[in-house]
Structure formats: structure tokens, C-alpha cells
Design a binder for this molecule. Sequence first.
Ligand SMILES: [Fe+2]
Length: 401
Amino acid sequence: MSLEQTLNDQERLAGLDLAQLEQLVGLVEYDESGDPFPVSGWDALVWVVGNAVQTAHFFQSAFGMELVAYSGPETGNRDHHSFVLRSGAARFVVQGAYDPDSPLADHHRRHGDGIVDIALAVPDVDRCITHARAQGATVLEEPHDVSDEHGTVRLASIGTYGDTRHTLVDRSRYAGAYLPGYVERTSSFVPRDGAPKRLFQAVDHVVGNVELGAMDEWVGFYNRVMGFTNMAEFIGEDIATDYSALMSKVVANGNHRVKFPLNEPAPGKKKSQIDEYLEFYRGAGAQHVALATNDIVRTVDAMRAEGVEFLPTPGSYYEDPELRARIGTVRVPIEELKSRGILVDRDEDGYLLQIFTRPTGDRPTVFFELIERHGSLGFGKGNFKALFEAIEREQEKRGNF
Ligand SMILES: [Fe+2]
């Protein structure tokens, strides 16, 4: 699969070019011929929330996303509301129960707001499922076509950690707004004067939190079932503070468009942030979504103006001479980063700027990262300690530390 093929029509329409995307999410060339489970990119992140009507508004007003499609009681779907939102190449689908007996209501009762489906774009659904089944994956939905007047989409889905799934989507024969059953929908929401056209352009990575001892099992799952390869590895000291620790490994598809860091808690003196997540999500699940932006300063300013809360970074982080020496010169003056709490990391390939929000739902579970890459293919390893200490201060305030 050439890098060009990773761009779909909607992304071209959104004005994204390949050079931009390569830089934004750190794409690499790869040879698809030996890949048993070719993945071309993300299709959608599907959320189940307690109030889809309001969450869809939040993603428009605070995250600058655009409402493009809808399914709900008015369209014949008497089970739930479902809003489809886009920002550049990123697509979120936000679902909430309409019928009190909807399975989504049970899902929400157990897990709270969260990601139920990390849907992936694949060129050949059947080939992926044949391989996944042979490797022992749980096939939740067999390959099948769904059609309407806009064409046909081929779908199937497999289970991953916790109650999370990967739906595999081939929409190469489909021209509708999202899927059959959905109608196009726009919104009367108007962004503020001077707001950037888009606050982020793509999804960079989605992190999964899994139970103690389960990380290697899930790394093996992605290696074996989905042909993903291991990227970076962070163990022990790298991400241990004085009190708590976690282990993390990263798997990615061939072109690195899809990257899944997987965390498990490691024994420490106090409760790790991963344990807090597992307790409140009632099991394994998606911990954070990293959104790629080409101007993190503008994005943070715009989101903060809409009330999004970010984790504070102590001033001492920016005074640390070791950090100053390591990061060298970056696009933005350090003072600009410091006033916003944006973190910097550098590795052999380049650098990245990143910042994390507080959890965006009621439970201390899922949150967002903004990331601006300049050559670095990493995940901010050099910031983990500073970041985790900031998370621990928040955990302490919640009484979960
Ligand atoms: Fe991340």
C-alpha cells in the first residue's frame, strides 16, 4: 500500500495532503504484500455517552468539529441517537440511548462515557476476518454488506480489550455521509469569529489500558491477529514516579497511521493512574485519544477559550536545565509553551509538542491529548514522569491516590 492510498476521498476533500499527514502523524513507507491484515487507517472512533445530544454539541463548540450525519428516532432508529462529527481526517460517532432498554444504556451504566469501537479502514474485510479467525480472534460480526441509494459498505467486527471492538470498514463503494441508516445533517452552530478552521486534523493514536499482567497478551494479539509491529517500549523506571508506575508498549500498523500504546499498571507505593481507570471504567478500555494538530498553540488557546481544561504543568518543568539542553530549539519560544503548559520531547528523529486534557466525562477515565509532531515518531517518553506527577496531583484531589 503506497502512502498515497492511505488518504481517502473525504480526506482529500478536507484539503489534507499527504506531506501534511506524513508529518502530522509520522507515517512510514511499508510493503503491504506480506501483511496478513492490511489496515489503511482509522474509520471512526465510536463513543457511547450518557447524553449524545449534548456531547455532540461539546465536540462542535469545544473541539471545533463539524456535524455531518445523524441517525435517531426521526430517521427510524428507535434505539439510540447517533451523531457523526468530523475534523479533517478524524471522525467521531457519538451514541446515546433513546430507548431506556437499549443495550447502550447498560453499556453506559457500567462504563460511563467511553469509546466502544475503534473502527478501522481496511481494503479487504474478508481477508482480515479469515486471518483473524485463524489466529483465534473473537469475531463479533461476520463480514456483511449494508446498502442504500449511496452504495454499499462492507463491515465486520472483532473483539479487543474489555468491551471494546474493532469494526473493519471497506467504504470504497460508498458515497453517503457515513453508513446506510444515517442521513446528512448539519448544525446551526457557528464558531467564534477568528476561530481556526479546524482545531485538529487527524487521530494520531489511541491508548488502551489493560489489567495487570495483560499487556503482553494484547501486544501479542495485535502482532498475531492484526499484523501490527512493536514500536517503542517503555518499562519500569521510564514511567515510574516516586509513588506509582505503569508499563507501556506500542503497536502500529504497517504505515504507522494507526498506533496503539497499551498500558498496564505496575506495582507502586500508591494506586497507579491505570488502576484508577480500571476501577472506574469497570475494566480495560480506551484511555486517551491523541489528536494531531499543526498548530498546538492556537488549538490550546481556542479550546481553553471554550472551557476545555488541561493538566497544569509546573513552572519548574521549563526551568529544568537538563530539559532545556535536551529539547534545543523548537518552533515556539519556551515562554509561549510555558504560559500554556505545553510539554516538549525530542528524540533522534525530531521533536514533538503535547498537552493533555482532564478527563472529559464524569468518571476519571477517558481524556484527550493534543500532539504536534516535528519528525519525532515517539509518544513523549521524556515527559512521562512530569506528566504522571501532574496526574497524581489530580488523583489526590479526587481521593483516589
Ligand atoms: Fe499519548
